[in-house]
Design a protein around this ligand. Sequence first.
Ligand code: GAR
Length: 206
Amino acid sequence: MTLQLGIFLSGTGSNFRAIRAATLDGRLDARIRLVISNKSEAPGLTFAAEHGIPTLFESKELRASADHAAILLDILHRHEVDFIALCGYMLLVPSRIVQTYTGRILNIHPALLPAFGGKGMYGHHVHEAVIRSGTKFSGATVHLVDEEYDRGPIVMQDIVPIDDGDTPESLAAKVLRVEHRIYPNALQMFASGRIGVNGLRTFLQP
Ligand code: GAR
């Protein structure tokens, strides 16, 4: 089944671009229908517009509106989005959207959940906390989204070793390379319809 993807992002959008590349070279059976960003200047939003993908800027006024979730849902439906990928989206998705798309929203997190997740754990904060902790490995996690930060069932993870000289910046770069590899693969598991969920566990169906 071809996923009709909606992408939410707040920044660079390198994961979005990795997903798009995978749709173009046949690794991922998906079509990107819409890119939404809460930052009007987000490079990911600009990239989408430059490549003919419909975009929506989710302004502060829109977020503050009582109809925020309804407006977003309407736009998602009008663009026939049936699956959402959060790609460095730094806000909580409104619960009405999470409920409507239950089991059909993925997020990527730049650490090995359930460690180093939760409110305030995003971007460089994550890598700083990881290095401070003294752990020898970090990595990336793709997980289903529920109504709390970084808590839904884990779909895919991979690790990177932390070297003595690593800084938050060098670790972020290593983790990003893993993110770009696993996010399209995780989405493809949904496109192929082979993923099952049991509580917090996901599994591949035969
Ligand atoms: C990625 O490292 C992603 O894991 C992280 O933001 C970065 C976005 O990069 N997401 C979070 O921290 C969410 N809690 P990108 O804009 O280049 O894809």
